[in-house]
Design a protein around this ligand. Structure first.
Ligand SMILES: Cc1ncc(C[n+]2csc(CCOP(=O)(O)OP(=O)(O)O)c2C)c(N)n1
Ligand SMILES: [Mg+2]
Length: 373
């Protein structure tokens, strides 16, 4: 089969201020490389699936995952008390994904975008839990001034671009962020998270095509938590091995246990290096599980209690790391002390949120448009 001439592979030709000509040529070279294999990254990852963390690093991962867990439990309570309005999607069970991946980012350069299940991704940046809880409860001190709520958190300071309620939309927007990284030559990559349900959206594949064609610096992450609302992946998806779905676009895939933070981090090292080396997008499938219902209003009757209990008992990411830490000489007491400290931080964030004022009514008219017309 004849290959496309190089010129046909170029992105938008005219309006581009700085056409990344060299990168385009590289992209074509990669596509024409007869040795290019879609599972090459998987093989590299399989050769060493455990990130070589020292005890301090593991303790930090433990702290961060526990912070997400306790924060989300508290958010669930506040929702029950009527202090959180609208929708609220908890991240309990999925903590190792955000921590394993985001701990490998370059905070000064890289961008992140996700869907509405976004509290954990914010906390993974080390953003103060107080401003996140204030956002959830719709307070002025919240990170989006209390106007975004649970689903629309945002921090340009951290290059965190939301927080999106339209399933799958963040993938196309992530493609745009990656194009900006390439265009501005800032050396950053975009980490675009989406769910197993979102993975069936058409715009995801349009983005895959353009990202591969233009060799964009983007890591696509499918957080396969086994359900899209009440529908199990096997009932909604013809191909549940999501990492294979980039094959048609020559995007290498990686299959990762999202319940093991050290495995997630090891996978991140391989994927991010590939993208940073200018070799184009990667598709990662992170196999995980959400313990709670889709949102706070979901009684989760579509699965058995035993199924959830089995995940908690045998696959919990925090318990898994705790076991490793104890094997390396940490004591139960030391780990309990961390939990106590985190519960205090979370309780303080809830107090702060409850005692903060709501935004003034005039705020309804701000932040609507970027500029005035
Ligand atoms: C375009 C669009 N269609 C439908 C919905 C309603 N909806 C909200 S979440 C959701 C399920 C998405 O599941 P998944 O992508 O697996 O993400 P998860 O909630 O499991 O994190 C649906 C269908 C929506 N918000 N946007
Ligand atoms: Mg899902």
């Amino acid at each position: 089969m004849a290959k496309q001439p190089a010129s046909k592979k170029s992105p938008a030709k005219s309006g581009a201020k700085k056409p990344a000509a060299k990168k385009q040529a590289d992209a074509t070279a990669a596509q024409d490389d007869p040795d290019f294999v879609l599972h090459s990254l998987q093989e590299e990852f399989d050769a060493n699936k455990r990130f070589d963390a020292d005890t301090d690093q593991m303790m930090e991962f433990y702290r961060q995952m526990l912070l997400i867990r306790r924060f989300e439990e508290k958010a669930g309570q506040l929702y029950g008390l009527g202090l959180i309005g609208g929708f609220c999607h908890l991240y309990i069970g999925q903590e190792a994904v955000a921590i394993g991946l985001q701990s490998a980012l370059d905070g000064d350069k890289d961008s992140v975008i996700t869907g509405y299940r976004d509290h954990g991704h914010m906390l993974a940046y080390g953003i103060d839990p107080k401003v996140i809880m204030a956002e959830l409860t719709g307070r002025e001190a919240g990170i989006s001034k209390g106007k975004g709520g649970s689903m629309h958190m945002f921090s340009t300071e951290h290059k965190f671009y939301g927080g999106h309620g339209i399933v799958g939309a963040q993938v196309a927007l992530g493609g745009g962020l990656a194009l900006a990284h390439q265009y501005n030559e800032d050396g950053g990559l975009c980490l675009a998270y989406f769910g197993d349900g979102a993975a069936n959206q058409g715009q995801v594949y349009e983005t895959f095509n353009m990202a591969a064609l233009w060799n964009l610096p983007i890591v696509f992450v499918v957080e396969d938590n086994q359900y899209a609302m009440g529908t199990a992946t096997k009932r909604s998806s013809a191909e549940t091995r999501f990492h294979r779905r980039g094959t048609a676009f020559r995007i290498p895939g990686m299959d990762v246990n999202g319940m093991d933070v050290l495995e997630v981090r090891a996978a991140a090292e391989v994927a991010f290096k590939h993208v940073r080396d200018g070799k184009g997008p990667v598709l990662m499938e992170l196999n995980t599980y959400r313990y709670r219902g889709h949102s706070m209003s979901d009684p989760a009757k579509y699965r058995t209690r035993e199924e959830v209990q089995d995940q908690r008992d045998h696959h919990d990411p925090i318990e898994r790391l705790k076991k490793t830490l104890i094997e390396t000489g940490k004591t139960e007491e030391e780990l309990k002390a961390i939990d106590k400290e985190i519960r205090k931080i979370v309780a303080e964030s809830a107090d702060f949120a409850e005692n903060s004022p709501e935004p003034a009514p005039e705020e309804l008219y701000t932040d609507v448009l970027v500029e005035e017309y």
